[in-house]
Write a protein that binds this ligand. Structure first.
Ligand code: SF4
Length: 375
């Protein structure tokens, strides 16, 4: 593991056994099935895929909130499966989690000040009460809230503000890495922009590494350096955000990109439809796991497994036929994907305008967004 790699996994697997009563199904869910990754210090790494693809299970494995069935997770040179006692406590300090729903992750009976002070008490027990109060005030400022908000309770804040409180709480221990599981999906678009931009600023100012789990490709495009696409517990494509969005090679990535909503009333838009339902992770198809839904599938796809292969530089895709599909794509698929990429671009522009300090136009704001104005 080189110095610039903060977190890595090798052939990481997590299976869950089904089974129990007479009517219960039996079998083994292969939620994460052989994931190998290297996350670089200071980057924003996104993991994307449909619901049930294993991305949230992977996030919990990375934080040792779940034990792997097999494989390794190494954080800053430590095999995290072997940590206990003080070393495990140090891991909890260095890796923090931001939840999708900030409201359910914040104890409604605790004031914001207590919520943010709690991790300080756990990780820095020697800190005096006065130092803690000062630190809480500093963290509130850092996330765009005011020190006097420490005396209020979570229900007094809007969704975006509650997510800021969640971020302040995550920052309290001074982490090196933050994992966000759908950190903005519960927020309106312009509030998303504010929270995304806050995370980007904190990453740059504090030298944080971010891992973002998300299904919204516009969010991912805007904030990520590199992207891994997951399908049925496996990574099927990985590369820089530019490579994944501009020259996607795996048919599943193409389908995801083509599914970005386009706001054109009453007009037909081409979409690369996925055939059928996602197969059960308890019985993944043999060969390429995507073959039951792939419009390009050939006979060998039904029998031959698909390891990740190099496309160019570090861009890799798990498809036997990506060279052939790339040629087809230029003629038939690229226009459909490009249209969706155009729709995603409109969202990126909104985020960019927030970054550049021009803010969001009042007519773009919903009532919910307006609540985001901090009192
Ligand atoms: Fe489709 Fe075959 Fe490629 Fe799998 S290997 S994604 S089935 S073309």
């Amino acid at each position: 593991m080189t110095d610039d790699i903060i977190l890595s996994t090798r052939d990481l697997k997590r299976y869950f056994n089904l089974g129990g009563g007479m009517l219960a199904k039996t079998g083994t869910i292969r939620a994460v099935d052989g994931v190998t990754l290297d996350i670089r210090r200071g980057e924003t790494f996104a993991i994307v895929g449909e619901s049930g693809c294993g991305k949230s299970t992977l996030a919990r494995l990375l934080m040792r909130l779940l034990q792997p069935t097999s494989g390794e997770v190494t954080f800053d040179g430590w095999d995290i499966a072997t940590l206990n006692g003080r070393a495990l406590s140090a891991l909890r300090r260095d890796m923090q989690f931001i939840f999708q729903d900030p409201f359910s992750s914040l104890n409604p009976r605790m004031s914001v000040g207590r919520l943010i002070a709690e991790p300080l008490e756990t990780h820095f027990p020697q800190m005096t009460a006065a130092d803690r109060r000062e630190k809480v005030a500093g963290l509130l400022r850092q996330v765009g809230l005011r020190p006097e908000h420490a005396g209020r309770y979570p229900h007094e804040f809007s969704g975006g503000q509650r997510q800021r409180i969640g971020i302040a709480r995550a920052l309290a221990s001074g982490p090196k890495l933050i994992i966000g599981d759908e950190p903005v999906s519960a927020l309106d678009v312009s509030v998303q922009a504010q929270v995304i931009n806050l995370l980007g600023d904190l990453r740059d100012d504090l030298g944080l590494t971010l891992i973002i789990i998300a299904h919204d490709l516009a969010v991912i495009r805007h904030m990520s350096d590199r992207v891994a696409v997951m399908y049925l517990g496996e990574i099927v494509e990985i590369g820089t955000a530019d490579e994944i969005f501009e020259t996607p090679r795996h048919p599943y990535t193409l389908a995801l990109l083509s599914a970005i909503p386009v706001a054109e009333h009453g007009r037909e838009t081409t979409r690369i439809a996925l055939i059928g339902e996602t197969p059960s992770p308890a019985a993944p198809p043999p060969g390429c796991r995507f073959h039951t839904r792939c419009r390009f599938a050939k006979d060998r796809c039904r029998t031959d497994v698909t390891p990740l292969r190099s496309v160019k530089n570090e861009h890799r895709a798990a498809c036997h036929l990506f060279e052939e599909i790339a040629r087809t794509r230029e003629e038939t698929i690229a226009p459909a994907v490009a249209k969706r990429q155009g729709a995603a671009e409109a969202r990126f522009a909104l985020y960019r305008s927030a970054i550049e300090g021009r803010g969001v136009r009042p007519q773009d704001q919903t009532q919910h967004d307006r609540e985001e104005t901090i009192q």
